[in-house]
Design a protein around this ligand. Sequence first.
Ligand code: GLN
Length: 254
Amino acid sequence: MCRHLAYLGPPTTLSAVLLDAPHGLLHQSYAPSDMRGGGTVNADGFGAGWHPDGAADAVRYRSDKPIWSDAAFAALAGVTSGTAVLAAVRSATVGMPVTSTAAAPFGEGRWLFSHNGVVRGWPDSVARLAAVLPVTDLLTLDAPTDSALLWALVRHRLRAGDDPARALTETVLAVDAAAPGSRLNLLLGEGTRIWATAWGHALSVRTEPDAVLVASEPVDPLPGWTPVPDRHLLVAHPGHCGIHALTTSESANH
Ligand code: GLN
């Protein structure tokens, strides 16, 4: 199952966050340590999104190749810096296409989004949920995958003005009700805050006075990593993180 990560803090290169850490996304792509739910490596593409210092909108780089095979990305990552980074390495669910547009992060404007997991009974189980989306959203899905649909559902709520915590919470609860047993670790960022759900997969957070790092697996052995309990929502910004039970939108929406 895919691995994802988000960073907020002082400007840093993409390499420092994704490639250089001893168990960063590069290492997690070929040697993940907690692949519950199937899969052995994350070789079906990757993506990185970042907010250049001072920029409102995010920039994205996505590929259908393993992250370890992309020398152009490694060169770019060494000289590209941002105050916010959100990235993922992908292990495609059986039956789903391997294309760059199926790799997270998905995004729009300042928003970046990733999904680690699977929607059970895809696509029939969630067809009724998808019907709330405008037809143009369905016709322009990034890819015919569960993750792309989850992003369309979250984006629909954000466009309607939902609080991001509520958008993630309502989406997870609705999809789990329609497709029980789904694994729904969602990760959302917009440059200054991070929202993430733990629902069937591992998630950890490390807060520092001026930074915060959220990742499927701790990227280094340093102290300070806290596991996020299953069925919880994390809301974080530099120096702070709050963890709320994912039972109702009320408990998460603050
Ligand atoms: N089901 C999603 C996909 O195929 C995510 C896969 C994962 O988490 N391994 O893209």
